[in-house]
Design a protein around this ligand. Structure first.
Ligand SMILES: Nc1ncnc2c1ncn2[C@@H]1O[C@H](COP(=O)(O)OP(=O)(O)OP(=O)(O)O)[C@@H](O)[C@H]1O
Length: 261
């Protein structure tokens, strides 16, 4: 298959079976490198399912996912670990290892010199504000600190495709902003970063593009202003919103749609 110029991730006619209805239905998506892309939609829309199929953790009932033209399921696990990393929505690490050891696991399949390994570890520990916590066992961390450690594990190998399921969900506001800036920087350095997000004002402020899912289908993909239109907010979330934008950011006041009888 010939890869479209610059496309890192190509999803063709992807469906995933579910219990009452398909979890994903005929999703078609092409994304290129160098972008922070927000995956948005209501609870149950299919965001986590889509990330898990891309990460080859779930097998689709139809369609396929390609990274740089190669079908993800044809990659050996070690090859997959070199091109992509996945931060799950929930993870309770099974071993009470230190933060530094957890982050180092992200380099398991990378052939690096000892010095290069130390440099990458130090870089990501600093970037994720974990230097002071590096020698602490995971059981002694707060929920948000643990989430930052898991993000550092996903980021440390500098994968071409970084998949993050709600990376800021447990973080205080300062760390939410720092994390989104960091993910934006990763994108500027050439990675494709795809993140599930619920905070639409942060998504509008930081993401280059948004992908909006509704009941397992792709409703819209494009610039935040296009995706978060009045019609899409009503269909996908059952809300309306007033938006305020200036050079320092984006804010919004969401409201439920007026009742109709
Ligand atoms: N293991 C599973 N088996 C069958 N159906 C599932 C499973 N996990 C989730 N689902 C269903 O698949 C659909 C999509 O779920 P998914 O977790 O992808 O949604 P989401 O958009 O990530 O939601 P949230 O914002 O609540 O995290 C939902 O209808 C959910 O009930």
């Amino acid at each position: 298959m010939i890869k479209e110029q610059g496309t890192v991730l190509s999803i063709q006619q992807l469906s995933l079976a579910g219990i009452r209805r398909p979890r994903l239905q005929q999703v078609q998506l092409q994304l290129s490198a160098g972008q922070l892309v927000g995956l948005v939609g209501a609870n149950g829309a299919g965001k986590s399912s889509l990330l898990q199929v891309i990460a080859a953790l779930l097998t689709p009932s139809a369609g396929e996912v390609r990274i740089d033209g190669t079908v993800v399921t044809s990659l050996a696990p070690e090859q997959r670990a070199q091109v992509m990393a996945y931060l799950p929505q929930y993870e309770q690490p099974q071993w009470d290892i230190k933060v530094r050891e957890l982050v180092d696991i992200g380099l398991l399949h990378h052939r690096l010199s000892r010095r290069q390994r130390q440099l990458q570890l130090q870089h990501v520990l600093t970037a994720c504000d974990l230097l002071q916590l590096a020698e602490r066992p995971l059981s002694t961390l707060s929920g948000g600190e643990r989430q930052r450690a898991l993000l550092a594990r996903a980021m440390v190998g500098q994968p071409k495709l970084l998949l993050c399921d709600e990376p800021t969900a447990a973080l205080d506001i300062q760390h939410q902003l720092q994390t989104l800036q960091l993910l934006q920087q990763q994108a500027r350095q050439g990675q494709l970063v795809l993140c599930c997000m619920h905070d639409l004002s942060l998504a509008a402020r930081y993401c280059d593009q948004l992908v909006l899912l509704h009941e397992g289908r792709l409703l819209e993909v494009g610039a935040p202003a296009t995706v978060l239109s009045d019609a899409h907010l009503a269909t996908a979330f059952g809300i309306q919103a007033q938006w305020y934008c200036d050079s320092s950011g984006v804010a919004w006041i969401p409201q439920p749609l007026p009742a109709t009888d």
